[in-house]
Design a protein around this ligand. Sequence first.
Ligand code: TMP
Length: 215
Amino acid sequence: MTSVGRTRGALIVFEGGDRCGKTTQCGKLVERLQSQGVDACMWRFPDRSTAIGQAINAYLAEHSSMDDAVIHMLFVANRLEKREEMLQLLAGGTTLVLDRYSYSGVAYTAAKGVPHLSLEYCKSLEVVLPAADLVLHMSMTAEATAARGGYGEERYEKVDFQRKVMEIFGALRDDRWAVVDASSTIEAIHEQVVATVMPVVERARGGAPLGRLWD
Ligand code: TMP
């Protein structure tokens, strides 16, 4: 993907298992960026507000069942339907902080171990989307997240499955990923996140090109 100009926003993604504290950290990061004069906003994937998102929500709440390939496609479509808006915001200088993205998409589906839904196949469906400038991997054991409040309410919140997801996240890491110890305190994590994110926001502002997924 080509550069979108000298003042583009950064694409910052939080990933990790269920109940690892991503949403709290996304909110705190956006507040901090805004307080420092950085135009920033937070999105979540799945975006449950769209028609596709509502179908995903029903599946996650176990109010409906779906073929694994079909639910995977819905998660992908839920990102693709936001692609244009995402690119426009970044090009206009807004830093986007995402609570999950395609990395969750491929990791959760591949963790199911369905032969025709391999990691490579899942990746191939999203190559038209921009890559994150930075993935903050909130790392924590499956057992530790299971002890947190509300765990077990949604379909994938099962320790064995989360363990597989975490293994796949580990295999996806490259030099754009930073690992954050999610078992630390909210404030300690936040300070680590801010220190990691600021140089990335500066690089994007300075014209570092936006990448394409999996390149
Ligand atoms: P959330 O709890 O962060 O809202 O995420 C909803 C669940 O959906 C979580 O278990 C992770 C899963 N998920 C996928 O399976 N595929 C995806 O593409 C995304 C974004 C999330």
